[in-house]
Design a protein around this ligand. Structure first.
Ligand SMILES: N[C@@H](CCC(=O)N[C@@H](CS)C(=O)NCC(=O)O)C(=O)O
Length: 229
């Protein structure tokens, strides 16, 4: 691949790439989407040097450094882009809580999501896969109630985001999973605050711009060639 002069996001539609894609869109930086399964210019060696497990999201930053793991990408982009508007700054009293929930999404929520989508990674037979999936769904219910409590507890009625000054990387990372009906029962009345956050996100231009590709409605992945004015 040629020398990076912009952010290259390795992404497949409707995956953990959504959070990073939203951050790039929101911040207005030049970026392009590289789908490792359909990009002839990308070698396996390039992709695996950025993502040792061959997973998305992964990135090549404009300085040529690579990055993988959705949580690390979210933290890094939010801290370095858009005047840190999508981050909780290190000096803020809320920084610890921000990190807590970012890590919670990767280390408590994500393992259950992985089981729901890929029980075959854990057991070969259908019966044990079904039992494991059922256990993961029960654990997801607990996770949704913890997050619902956090969103309803910390926000006033006019603010759907986790923090009071607007959306941050945490909201985008969480929304990625809320979009997956296999994991989150958005029709349930049990999670009004989480649904309100998802609704607020759906109204944003960044979301409207990227989701047709993630939803399979177009083959053209939205990218940005020059900085947004
Ligand atoms: N821990 C990783 C998980 C990423 C992940 O599992 N990505 C999936 C898509 S959501 C993937 O690339 N799967 C393709 C594969 O495993 O070959 C992260 O948070 O970035």
């Amino acid at each position: 691949m040629s020398e990076p002069s912009l952010y290259h996001l390795y992404a497949y539609p409707n995956t953990y790439s959504i959070g990073a894609h939203l951050l790039l869109e929101e911040s207005g930086v030049p970026y392009c989407i590289v789908n490792p399964k359909s990009n002839p210019a990308l070698t396996d060696a390039d992709f695996y040097s950025a993502s040792p497990h061959g997973r998305v999201p992964a990135m090549v930053l404009p300085n040529g450094n690579t990055l993988c793991e959705s949580g690390a990408i979210a933290l890094h982009l939010a801290d370095t882009l858009y005047n840190q508007k999508l981050s909780i700054k290190p000096e803020s009293v809320d920084r610890g809580r921000y990190l807590q929930w970012l890590f919670y999404l990767s280390s408590t929520l994500q393992p259950e999501v992985m089981i729901v989508f890929h029980p075959e990674h854990y057991f070969p037979d259908n019966k044990r896969q079904a039992e494991l999936t059922e256990a993961a769904q029960t654990r997801l219910e607990k996770i949704w109630s913890v997050l619902e409590h956090e969103y309803s507890h910390t926000n006033n009625t006019n603010n759907p985001w986790m923090f009071s000054d607007g959306p941050t990387a945490v909201d985008f990372a969480l929304a990625t999973v809320l979009l997956w009906p296999e994991c989150f029962p958005s029709s349930s009345q049990a999670y009004p605050a989480l649904n309100a956050m998802l609704q607020a996100l759906s109204a944003r231009e960044s979301f409207k711009r990227i989701m047709p590709w993630h939803q399979g409605l177009t083959d053209v992945a939205p990218s940005r060639e020059s900085p947004a004015s």
